[in-house]
Design a binder for this molecule. Structure first.
Ligand code: SAM
Ligand code: SF4
Length: 352
């Protein structure tokens, strides 16, 4: 085991043990799951400072030479699809729009992977000016984070007065042909009273809203189980304005449970990551902006694929490292259990 210093909290890195791993090319783990969904964080930088995610001053900058380059990102994404059975790829961060080469990264992946769904999670700031270019590069879908349509509430939560830019970004995403456009809202006490307004806005704009229970991944370490808003509490609040009918999940590994709003067709999703964990069906594998493989948001075990790339490892060697990393995935995050310890890296440094 080595300790890696990278302008981020210290993380354990090492060589994965592959004891007992079956001979399969896919990203299987000891608990019978297979990872098919790749989340790629491409930067730690962000245009907002959401209190449930980033510290006020932002995350420590990753030195330019420690960030994966455009070509390195494309190589790893293509390898994950071709060699490891990944079915879909989502770019995240930090804020992916902070990378000027985002369109090149997407176009590079699209050129090699014509049929793989490519999506991104974004805060939408500045998206208005890039949505068409992203679609031209090959982006299929987008999730945009928006917690409230109240300007002051937005500025307090994100520590930036950028609501107008986000709303324009959501409209531009739809106009550019991204479909579906999903909106993610983290459940926070300070925005709960605006939840119904947010839902009404999303329905009017044709965006699919999903609320997410806050997870203990905030840089300020203020999350407390006793204070968090649960899915049940949200349902009560929305129920005062809308009639909600449960319609289940789109598929078992989809984290959002869906409710029909009034007589439909609009729905609202709730991702109860804490109170109704879906770890047993998790199909995710993660790559950080500084080139570490992670099997879970909540694991401190990382594997240094950047070092392998830069030591001129072949695809077969990198694929083996990735398989080993996933074989060692934990059964679950244990947030709701006594003695839970949050991971060293926070959400902005892993990529949600
Ligand atoms: N900057 C982009 C954005 O905000 O969409 C992408 C990165 S952000 C880390 C990805 C997702 O994680 C966002 O939907 C955000 O709301 C969510 N997120 C951040 N911190 C969270 C937390 N503590 N608990 C639950 N979700 C969180
Ligand atoms: Fe930035 Fe996204 Fe984190 Fe908000 S949630 S601070 S927009 S990375």
């Amino acid at each position: 085991m080595t300790v890696v210093a990278m302008g981020m909290p210290a993380i354990r890195a090492g060589q994965p043990s592959v004891d007992g791993r079956p001979d399969t090319p896919y990203l299987v783990d000891r608990f019978g799951r297979t990872a098919r969904d790749l989340r790629v964080s491409i930067t730690e930088k962000c245009s907002l400072r959401c209190t449930y995610c980033m510290p006020e001053e932002g995350l420590p900058a990753i030195p330019a030479d420690e960030l994966l380059s455009t070509a390195e990102l494309v190589r790893l994404v293509v390898l994950a699809v071709r060699e490891l059975g990944v079915h879909e790829v989502r770019f995240t961060g930090g804020e992916p729009l902070m990378r000027r080469d985002l369109e090149q990264i997407i176009a590079g992946c699209r050129a090699e992977l014509p049929d793989t769904p490519l999506s991104m999670t974004s805060n939408g700031v500045g998206l208005e000016h890039r949505a068409r270019k992203l679609v031209a590069a090959g982006l299929d879908r987008i999730n945009i984070s928006l917690d409230t349509v109240d300007r002051e509430g937005f500025a307090r939560l994100t520590r930036r007065d950028r609501l107008d830019s986000v709303l324009a970004g959501i409209r531009a995403a739809r106009a550019a042909g991204l479909s579906p456009v999903k909106v993610n809202a983290v459940l926070m006490r300070q925005t709960l009273s605006g939840a119904a307004d947010l839902l009404a806005w999303c329905i009017a704009e044709g965006a699919e809203l999903r609320f997410i229970e806050e997870m203990p991944l905030d840089a300020d370490h203020e999350w407390a189980r006793a204070n968090m808003i649960t899915a049940a509490e949200l349902l009560e609040v929305l129920g005062e304005r809308f009639t909600l009918t449960p319609v289940g999940r789109d598929d078992p590994s989809a984290p959002a449970e869906q409710w029909r709003v009034d007589s439909g067709p609009a729905t609202v999703g709730i991702i109860a990551s804490v109170t109704r964990s879906f770890c047993g069906d998790c199909d995710r594998t993660r790559l950080t902006a500084d080139g570490r493989l992670r099997s879970c948001l909540f694991s401190d075990q990382e594997y240094d694929v950047r070092a392998a790339l830069r030591a001129h490892a072949g695809d077969a060697e990198i694929a083996e490292l990735w398989r080993g990393a996933m074989w060692n995935k934990s059964a679950g995050h244990g947030i709701d259990a006594a003695g839970f310890v949050p991971p060293e890296r926070t959400m902005g440094a892993i990529g949600g």
